[in-house]
Design a protein around this ligand. Structure first.
Ligand code: ZN
Ligand code: ZN
Length: 286
């Protein structure tokens, strides 16, 4: 195990973009969905260039990874954006599951300093590399993929959002940028931070104007998206006020329509669903 500031490895020039996809092992956020799994909380698998990163493997991640028959040995990076249960609960078993043999360290953990220090040293020693991350830092994941950490405002919790810069080796035509807001309230520079991305995956905990401190609700996200203008915004990390195990109501469809109407045609709004595969070339119509 090595803790370092930089990481680089050799990528592939073949099949760039063909396998790029997002797989949602969960679209629920917060205590109620974590406890009930009414919406799953396994995080997001982002596949690119025959490898994958597991972002925020919360409760149930290992169960849904197996149920969806995702190749656990393809996971090269585990990213934990902050030290909350719905983002990190399954990290130990995900790290173990990446190994065919425990005698050889494998994989990289990218997370906040406080989460890294909280992880049992047994799991830390299973990893090839551990990268402490915070807003403003970046790391080259492979030849064509640069990862940058963005600011979050999640109360006193240490955390970061993400932007992946994917560089098409054959030219700029298929290069793209995808961001993940993680849990954050909308801060002043939010629009500037995620300006003109191709895809933004936005955590939205509550519908309409139901404000929750240190998180984003729909009415707060709308002006932020008008400012940032991503081509596509994928909503996820829905809290129990969207659809709860105690209610037959599901507000997500209506909230997407409301957001789309408010924002206009500049940004396409999509709600993620548990188990959904999003093929990025389809999403961007290339
Ligand atoms: Zn959360
Ligand atoms: Zn959180």
């Amino acid at each position: 195990m090595r803790i370092s500031k930089n990481n680089s490895s050799v990528g592939t020039k073949m099949n760039f973009f063909i396998d790029h996809e997002l797989i949602f092992l969960g679209t629920g956020g917060g205590r109620v969905h974590s406890s009930t799994q009414h919406r799953k909380t396994g995080g997001i698998i982002y596949v690119f260039n025959s490898k994958q990163v597991h972002i925020d493997p919360g409760p149930g991640a290992i169960v849904y990874l197996n149920k969806m028959k995702i190749d656990r040995f393809k996971t090269k990076w585990v990213i934990v954006t902050h030290n909350h249960t719905d983002h990190q609960n399954d990290v130990p078993i995900i790290v173990e599951s990446m190994h065919k043999s425990l005698s050889i360290p494998i994989g990289t953990l990218i997370s906040t300093q406080d989460y890294i220090l909280s992880l049992n040293v047994y799991y830390r020693n299973l990893l090839t590399e551990i990268i402490p991350f915070m807003a403003g830092k970046s790391v080259q994941l492979d030849t064509h993929t640069l990862l940058q950490a963005t600011k979050v405002d999640h109360g006193s919790t240490e955390g970061f959002g993400l932007i992946f810069y994917q560089q098409d080796p054959a030219g700029l035509s298929k290069s793209y940028q995808i961001g993940f807001t993680s849990d954050t309230e909308i801060y002043n520079e939010f629009g500037e931070t995620y300006k003109n991305l191709d895809i933004l995956v936005a955590n939205v905990l509550r519908p309409s104007n139901k404000v929750c401190r240190h998180h984003a609700c729909v009415d707060e996200l709308i002006p932020a998206l008008k400012d940032a203008k991503p081509k596509v915004c994928v909503l996820t990390h829905f809290g129990a006020l969207f659809d709860s195990p105690d209610s037959t109501e599901d507000l997500i469809g209506d909230q997407v329509k409301y957001m789309q109407k408010s924002i206009g045609g500049a940004t396409k709004i999509i709600a993620a669903e548990d188990g959904m595969h999003l093929y990025l070339k389809d999403l961007m119509n290339v």
